[in-house]
Design a protein around this ligand. Structure first.
Ligand SMILES: Cc1cc2nc3c(=O)[nH]c(=O)nc-3n(C[C@H](O)[C@H](O)[C@H](O)COP(=O)(O)OP(=O)(O)OC[C@H]3O[C@@H](n4cnc5c(N)ncnc54)[C@H](O)[C@@H]3O)c2cc1C
Length: 395
C-alpha cells in the first residue's frame, strides 16, 4: 500500500493544529504548560483530556478501526506527535496500556479479548498498569514468584509486584504469573489480565526522589481471576512478555519531544545574565548544545527509519535495545546539561523563589535517572546488543 501524499499529511497537520489551538484546556495553559511536572497531581483532568483526543480521532492513529483506532499510517503518527509537542499539549494517561498491553492483545489475544479491552484502553476509560517486576526479580524477570493456581473457572493469585507505575490510578493490570512451578523458569509463566478492584489486591505507594509517587507495590492475597482473562496459552507468558518488551524498548515517536527540550535550552541561553552577557555567546555552550543537537538528529533519523521498517515488517527485534540505550543515555546527558548551565541556581528546587523555569530541569534530570533502569537497565540492554545483535559470545 502506498503511503499518504505530502498534501494529505499537510491537511491532517492543519486540521490537528486548528483543533489543538482551541482544545488545550485552560488549566493546563495557565498552570502547567511550561513545566508539566505537576501532571501526576492532575490525573483526573488528564483523563478528560485523553478522552477529548480520542473523541476527536487523535488517539490510536495507526490502530485498526475495528478496535477504535484511525487506521492511518506511521507518517500520520509522526505528524501527530510533532503537533502535540509544538502546541505544548498535556500528556495522555494510559501509556502502559496503549503501548504495551495493546500489542500483547493484538498479537496473542482472542477476538473476544480484543473487543472487550482495546477500545476502552484507547479511550482512557480503563487505565492499565504493568505487573512484571517483583522484589527478587527485575533484570532476572523469569525468576518471578507470583503464583496463579487453577481452581474451577478461576486462577487464584498470590504474591507481590513492585515498581508498578500508575498502580494507584489503574483499573486493570497486565501481569506475569507463575502458572507451572515445575517447568523451567522461562516456560512456566502466564500473561494474566487482572482487575485492580478485585478483592485481595492491595496497593501501596512508593515515594521517589522527585517527590512524586508514580509507582507502587501491589500485593495479591488469594485474588480470584477468571481463567478467561489469560492471554494466549497458560505457559506462553514469557513469549508474550518478550514481544511486549521489544515494543517498550523500541523506536518511539515520543523521542521527538527532545526537539522541544533543545529549543527551550536555546531560548534560556538567549536571556541576558548579570553583567550583560548571554550564554548563547559562550563558545563552550554553543559546542555542547550543537553536539546534543547532532545526537538528537541521529536518534530522530534512526527512530523514523525503524518505525517505517516496523510498519512493513511487524514486530521490533532485539535491535530495539539500541533505541532504549541511545534514548535513555541521551535524555540523561540533555537534562544534566540543562541543569549545569544554570550554574549554582541548578541546585535549587521548585519551592525556591529564585529557581529558574520553575525547576523543570532539575525535575527532569532526576526523572531521567529512571530511563536507564525501567524496561531493562542499560547493562541488560548492552548484554542483549552484544549477544543477540552482534553475536558476541556470552561472558
Ligand atoms: C521509574 C520506573 C518505573 C518502573 N515501572 C515499572 C512497571 O510499571 N512495572 C514493572 O513491572 N516494573 C517497573 N519498573 C521496574 C524495572 O523494570 C526494574 O527496576 C528493572 O528491570 C531492574 O530491576 P531491579 O530494580 O530489580 O534491579 P536488579 O535486577 O536487581 O539490578 C541491579 C543492578 O544490577 C545490574 N545487573 C543485574 N543483572 C545483570 C546482568 N545480568 N548483567 C549486568 N548487570 C546486571 C543492573 O543493571 C542494575 O544496575 C520500573 C522502574 C522504574 C525505575
Amino acid at each position: 500500500m502506498s503511503g499518504p501524499t505530502n498534501e494529505e499529511l499537510e491537511i491532517y497537520r492543519k486540521d490537528l493544529r486548528a483543533w489543538l489551538d482551541t482544545s488545550i484546556p485552560d488549566w493546563w495553559r495557565e498552570e502547567v504548560a511550561v513545566t508539566g511536572f505537576e501532571a501526576e497531581d492532575r490525573f483526573d483532568e488528564l483523563r478528560v483530556w485523553h478522552r477529548q483526543l480520542f473523541e476527536a480521532g487523535y488517539m490510536g492513529v495507526t490502530w485498526p478501526k475495528e478496535y477504535g483506532g484511525q487506521g492511518l499510517t506511521v507518517q500520520h503518527e509522526i505528524v501527530r506527535s510533532e503537533e502535540l509537542q509544538r502546541a505544548g499539549a498535556p500528556p495522555t494517561v494510559n501509556l502502559l496500556g496503549i503501548t504495551l498491553c495493546a500489542p500483547a492483545l493484538l498479537g496473542f489475544g482472542s477476538e473476544e479479548q480484543k473487543q472487550r479491552y482495546l477500545r476502552r484502553m484507547l479511550s482512557g476509560e480503563e487505565v492499565w498498569c504493568q505487573g512484571y517486576s517483583e522484589p527478587g526479580s527485575g533484570s532476572d524477570l523469569a525468576g518471578l514468584q507470583t503464583r496463579a493456581v487453577t481452581d474451577g473457572d478461576d486462577y487464584v493469585v498470590n504474591g507481590q509486584k513492585i515498581w508498578t507505575s500508575n498502580g494507584q490510578q489503574a483499573d486493570w493490570m497486565f501481569c506475569l504469573v507463575r502458572t507451572d512451578p515445575d517447568a523451567k523458569k522461562h516456560h512456566g509463566i502466564g500473561f494474566l489480565l487482572m482487575e485492580m478492584g478485585s478483592p485481595g489486591i492491595e496497593v501501596a505507594a512508593l515515594h521517589q526522589m522527585t517527590g512524586g509517587t508514580d509507582f507502587c507495590q501491589v500485593f495479591f492475597s488469594d485474588v480470584r481471576v477468571p481463567r478467561s482473562n489469560l492471554v494466549g496459552e497458560p505457559t506462553q507468558g514469557w513469549q508474550i512478555a518478550n514481544h511486549v518488551l521489544m515494543h517498550e524498548r523500541g523506536a518511539d515517536v515520543g523521542c521527538l519531544r527532545y526537539q522541544g527540550f533543545l529549543d527551550a535550552i536555546a531560548e534560556q541561553a538567549q536571556r541576558p545574565r548579570p553583567g550583560g552577557t548571554r550564554l548563547a555567546d559562550d563558545p563552550v555552550f554553543r559546542q555542547r548544545w550543537s553536539q546534543l543537537r547532532i545526537e538528537f538528529e541521529v536518534l530522530r533519523q534512526n527512530t523514523l527509519k525503524a518505525l517505517e521498517l516496523q510498519k512493513s515488517g511487524g514486530t521490533p527485534g532485539p535491535e530495539s535495545s539500541l533505541f532504549k540505550l541511545q534514548a535513555s543515555e541521551f535524555e540523561q546527558r540533555l537534562t544534566r546539561f540543562a541543569t549545569e548551565i544554570q550554574g549554582p541556581y541548578g541546585q535549587l528546587w521548585q519551592d525556591s523563589e529564585r529557581v529558574t523555569d520553575r525547576g523543570i530541569w532539575q525535575f527532569r534530570e532526576m526523572w531521567a535517572r529512571a530511563y536507564s533502569i525501567y524496561a531493562g537497565t542499560s547493562e541488560i540492554q548492552r548484554n542483549i546488543i552484544s549477544e543477540r545483535v552482534l553475536g558476541l559470545p556470552r561472558a
